[in-house]
Design a protein around this ligand. Structure first.
Ligand SMILES: C[S@@+](CC[C@H](N)C(=O)[O-])C[C@H]1O[C@@H](n2cnc3c(N)ncnc32)[C@H](O)[C@@H]1O
Length: 405
């Protein structure tokens, strides 16, 4: 099968995780770009990318790339693309654009220009034109215009890949599925330790964690992908990919809890819909009162950011999160995403890592806290040394036998 360039789009901050995923499915010449990763592969790899990549939002297949000086040239160059190779007259199409160019004040105008070019291409050749359907088109076309550089691509995904297909309900602020998967992969977790999200809302982080631990591809629950309506769709090839043996054994624990009865009911429904009831346990509980579920593990959570809370309450909430982690979760590794600067300032723990991410339009920090018993300073000494035959009792540090590296 012939190879071509493929571009996977993602969120800022997840590019390197996505690049690793792409290498894992056999992508060649993988190159990290801004909110995207480009690579080379054949039709099978493009199908696999849609089915397997947890941190991709869209998989695009570029079909034309050119430089333009103005809007008229964009129209002319777009019109000369052999559109009938990709789009039959009876089919509908839609265009979405990413534009950063002085040529257009609004990306919608660039979409309109290319839409006119495609319609006129067909009208001049056949007297007819394919219809436009912005809601549910057969073929989606992506316009990327950066300055005067334009790339026209076919969108092989159709609806964004964050729409996995398992979500039937959502709380007030559900996290995007692609962001949740990216947050988990950024920690390096793939089932090694037990997993807790103590503010799980509708259960997105838990479901993505369970899918990672059990090797369930993110495309498993989706009803359709854009490429299934392409003229060259190879159904047998795609069936083979869908029917592959991917699932692995996972015997660890994944626990979610939330103070809201309503959110836990929504999480339960989503988890049931994803057929993960046996893998994920749920509890209605305030994090402060949660019985320690296991002796060590990883916590990944997305607490409220304070958008709808009084500043005093957000400070109190993050103070209580920090105190609970410090006093009751020694041995755990905790990762928290938040846009609340005051929140992080009130948590009273020193992060060992900080990663910039966006949750929708909100600039967030994703921070890890390694929770040791005793002081942070003492913990750092322990980390920097090689402990040999140590009778470790962190409450009595003088008894530690530590051999310098
Ligand atoms: C931003 S939402 C989490 C959304 C979730 N990641 C999802 O995808 O649906 C924050 C959650 O924290 C919960 N929460 C707030 N205070 C809490 C507390 N003290 N203990 C447990 N949960 C709490 C809220 O009920 C809410 O569901």
């Amino acid at each position: 099968m012939s190879k071509f360039k493929i571009v996977a789009k993602t969120f800022a901050g997840l590019e390197n995780v996505l690049a690793d995923e792409i290498k894992g499915i056999g992508g060649e010449s993988v190159s990290v770009e801004r909110r995207a990763v480009s690579f080379y592969g054949d039709q099978e790899l493009m199908y696999r990318a849609n089915f397997h990549l947890r941190t991709a939002l869209k998989i695009l297949k570029p079909i034309a790339e050119f430089d333009v000086a103005d809007r008229d040239e964009l129209y002319d160059r777009s019109k000369s693309v052999p559109w009938s190779d990709y789009l039959a007259l009876g089919k509908s199409f839609a265009i979405d654009s990413t534009v950063q160019s002085e040529m257009f004040i609004n990306s919608m105008y660039a979409s309109l220009k290319v839409k006119d070019a495609i319609a006129d291409h067909f009208r001049e050749k056949t007297g007819k034109r394919p219809s436009v359907n912005t809601e549910n088109p057969d073929i989606r076309i992506n316009v990327y215009l950066m300055g005067g550089h334009c790339i026209l691509s076919l969108d092989s995904s159709g609806e964004s890949l964050h729409k996995r297909g398992y979500r039937i309900g959502q709380g007030e602020a559900p996290i995007n599925e692609v962001l949740a998967a990216g947050m988990i992969l950024l920690t390096g977790w793939n089932g090694q330790k037990d997993f807790l999200d103590p503010m799980c809302g509708s259960g997105t982080i838990l479901i993505e964690a369970a899918m990672i631990a059990k090797g369930i591809p993110p495309g498993m629950y989706r009803k359709s992908f854009g490429f299934e309506l392409w003229p060259d769709f190879n159904e047998d090839l795609f069936d083979e990919i869908c029917n592959g043996e991917y699932e692995k054994e996972y015997s660890g624990k994944i626990l979610g809890s939330d103070i809201s009865i309503k959110d836990i009911a929504i999480a339960r429904a989503n988890i049931k819909n994803a057929s993960l009831t046996k893998v994920i346990e749920l509890q209605v509980q305030d994090f402060i009162k949660l019985e320690l579920p296991f002796s060590d593990g990883i916590i990944i959570t997305n607490p409220p950011y304070g958008e709808r809370m009084k500043p005093s309450s957000i400070i109190e909430l993050y103070q209580s999160i920090g105190n609970t982690l410090k006093n009751r979760y020694a041995g755990f590794e905790a990762w928290i995403i938040s846009s609340s600067v005051e929140g992080f300032m009130s948590i009273g723990l020193k992060p060992s890592k900080k990663i910039d991410l966006f949750n929708g339009a909100l600039a967030c920090s994703y921070r890890s806290f390694e929770l040791f018993q005793g002081s942070h300073k003492q913990a750092v000494i322990i980390k920097k040394t090689n402990v040999v035959n140590a009778d470790i009792n962190y409450d009595k540090p003088k008894r530690l036998i530590i051999k310098k590296l």
